[in-house]
Design a protein around this ligand. Sequence first.
Ligand code: PCA
Length: 324
Amino acid sequence: MKRSFAVAAAFGLAVALPVAAQTKWDLPTAYPASNFHTENIAQFAADVDKATGGKLKIQVHPNASLFKAPEIKRAVQGGQAQAGEILLVNFENEDPLFGLDGIPFLATSYADSFKLYKASRKALDDKLAKQGMKVLFSVPWPPQGIYTKRTLASAADMKGLKWRAYSPATSKIAELVGAQPVTVQAAEVSQALATGVIDSYMSSGATGYDSKTYEHIKNWYDTQAWLPKNAVIVNAKAFDALDKPTQAALLKAAADAETRGWKLSEEKNGWYIAQLKDKGMNIVKPSDQLTADLRRVGNHMLAEWQRKSGDDGKKVIEAYRVQQ
Ligand code: PCA
């Protein structure tokens, strides 16, 4: 009796020690392992591992393998995943703030996109804190252009397109130009193209490359319309459960990942576009007419956003404009 107790205690101790010493987190993402966001996050996880001496292990689950893109936020909020990567504009219907960086032509360069980020980060932190989450870092996608089989002289040529949407705003664009929006997450774009469910969409060179869009579509209109951001978020309870040095190491690695990610996005934008060209795509500068038409769409959407977001939105736009 006594002996078996001792054995059990020793066994229990041996099992308990590593559990107490090591925390394991899951971090679902919606994009492939080779995408620059995912590579950046993998580096972040490796940095955290190193800085904490293996105390915090973050397992990255790419390509929507654990949760689909629109489910990741709720999974982090509910603690099914301790951390995760989300596309902020996916959640515009929840709060207009999430849709800010999806408004066409509000911020079209990396420099402006960063100013918009600075103007809105506090509001974003406050919003997510109320939902029991924290932002670790946020990184933009490269500028958005139009993939289409058709030649577009003006927005009138977009009528009737079978338009893949990834957010309320990209659906709204379809509605405004008379195209038919179909919501498809990035991981399913190549299938949607292959089956003919869609014949066009708006996104970065990165997603066109990841999804091999060049196998189905020959034109990409380089409209540089907006740069939507991904954010890596964490469940606040999971964060609070870490000891102070681990929290500090995590935040340091997150700050590094943000700086690195912005650089990487800008550097790889050119690379992605060169790859599309190399695969036979026409990279087209939009005509003055198409640009003017799309800008009109953008102005309409900005006005609508401002109506919906009220005083909070006004403050953010003002904070952005003063930096310009
Ligand atoms: N790629 C993501 C979002 C924006 C982008 O460039 C997508 O197409 O789903």
